[in-house]
Ligand binder design. Structure first.
Ligand SMILES: Cc1cc2nc3c(=O)[nH]c(=O)nc-3n(C[C@H](O)[C@H](O)[C@H](O)COP(=O)(O)OP(=O)(O)OC[C@H]3O[C@@H](n4cnc5c(N)ncnc54)[C@H](O)[C@@H]3O)c2cc1C
Length: 379
């Protein structure tokens, strides 16, 4: 049974001194995936976020449909999208993918994931200024929040790009982060559309994700110093859509250590968002499951926390090659002559090439990993 305990105003009592077996900080894709994986393991799991569950979407909320099916989240789907269209200044190419994307409802998805967990949820803001001395005392880790100090032997930072529980600051524009902004006007469409045009954004891309009556139109820049508001407005106006209902965020494009100071980092806090595409929901699920499995093994006394930390860190690092291939493409595509890029996109149109390239892409965090029993490779 899940227990929801979000409180406002005077009801927002102190949580100081609260303990749990597992403390998960951040209740979005990564944190909820960890919590879901710990369901039925009999442990006390405390999940906290500065906002109410599902309150603040920051993404276009498009992810491969097979992942949503694998996690039992089909009810959150607003629109399934089988095709992608890429547009450059020299033309447009449409691909039929070997798997489809789905645009989903963020709040509904968070609720569905939470309902599959046994976690207690509280709103609490974790402070970033935790000193190393405060952080780890013996086996129990103390986390300072605006509602008091919370303690657990197993702590997960799933709080996104800020990596709040990390020792070193992670601030744009110096940090390896991309920035994205989007608007959500009413609108329709069939394809997930991507624009690669330097006149729109120097290093990056624009997109339109159709979501059953809503168009999620945005622009991402790999160069953190470049602003994305003007191109976002420009793209939505070009499409005849009102630039309304803004949301945006930073997202990482480089892997970071998945453990630090006995804390597990998952999702954007570990740089798990994939470079080039900026796709970080599927990878947050994937690494969240991997982390949850290691935590479950500790709770079941199959291994120590130290062993679990080591195994999880090694699992994350094993993906470095795929991340560096994507990062290489992220650097190369913005400097390719646009005509060459267009020719390359046209070449890729062959179904065998599409199946191979998009198959490789899905393989890097494949939905079969969500099946219970699929194990982390032994390290
Ligand atoms: C405009 C835009 C569009 C995007 N579109 C897509 C897309 O369509 N598909 C895709 O796969 N990826 C997309 N991404 C990337 C994707 O959003 C991220 O990679 C993904 O959200 C990472 O999930 P996460 O759970 O690690 O972190 P987040 O989703 O960032 O969640 C972090 C959670 O931690 C909480 N938190 C943060 N700080 C604190 C604190 N101090 N105390 C307590 N709680 C805290 C936050 O409230 C939040 O709930 C997009 C990104 C942007 C910016």
């Amino acid at each position: 049974m899940t227990e929801r305990a979000t409180a406002r105003g005077a009801e927002r009592h102190s949580l100081d001194g609260t303990t749990a077996d597992v403390l998960i900080c951040g209740a979005s894709f990564a944190g909820l995936a960890v919590a879901r994986e710990l369901a039925r393991c009999g442990a006390s799991v405390l999940l906290i976020d500065r906002y109410e569950l599902g309150d603040r979407a920051t993404s276009a909320c498009a992810t491969p449909t097979p992942w949503l099916h694998a996690l039992g989240l089909s009810a959150a789907i607003r629109q399934e999208i089988p095709n992608m269209r890429f547009t450059t200044p020299h033309g447009s190419v449409r691909y039929r993918l070997p798997w489809s994307w789905s645009a989903f409802d963020y709040r509904r998805l968070c609720q569905l994931l939470y309902a599959q967990s046994d976690a207690r949820f509280h709103t609490a803001k974790v402070h970033g200024c935790v000193t190393p001395e405060d952080l780890v005392a013996g086996d129990v880790i103390s986390v300072v929040t605006d509602r008091g100090v919370l303690r657990a032997p197993l702590v997960v930072d799933a709080m996104g790009w800020r990596r709040v529980l990390g020792q070193r600051g992670f601030q744009p524009p110096e940090a390896p982060l991309s920035r994205g902004l989007e608007v959500h006007p009413d609108g329709h469409g069939e394809d997930l559309e991507v624009w690669i045009e330097r006149s729109l954004v120097r290093q990056g891309y624009g997109w339109r994700v159709p979501a059953d009556g809503e168009a999620r139109v945005g622009v991402a820049s790999y160069a953190p110093a470049d602003h994305v508001r003007r191109p976002t407005v420009e793209l939505s106006e070009r499409l005849g859509l009102d630039p309304v209902r803004y949301q945006g965020n930073w997202f990482p494009h480089r892997l970071r250590p998945a453990i630090e100071n006995s804390i597990f980092f998952v999702g954007d806090s570990a740089g798990h968002c994939f470079p080039l595409s900026g796709e970080g929901i599927r990878t947050a699920f994937y690494f969240g499951i991997a982390c949850g499995r290691e935590l479950a093994a500790v709770l079941e006394q199959q291994r120590s926390r130290t062993e679990a930390l080591k195994r999880y860190a090694a699992f994350s690092a094993e993906h470095a090659r795929a991340y560096s291939i994507a990062a290489g493409l992220q650097r190369a595509i913005p400097v390719l002559p646009p005509r060459l890029l267009t020719a390359g996109l046209r070449l890729l149109r062959h179904p065998r090439l599409i199946d191979r390239s998009f198959g490789w892409y899905l393989d890097q965090a494949h939905p079969s990993f969500a099946t219970p029993g699929s194990e982390l490779p032994s390290t």
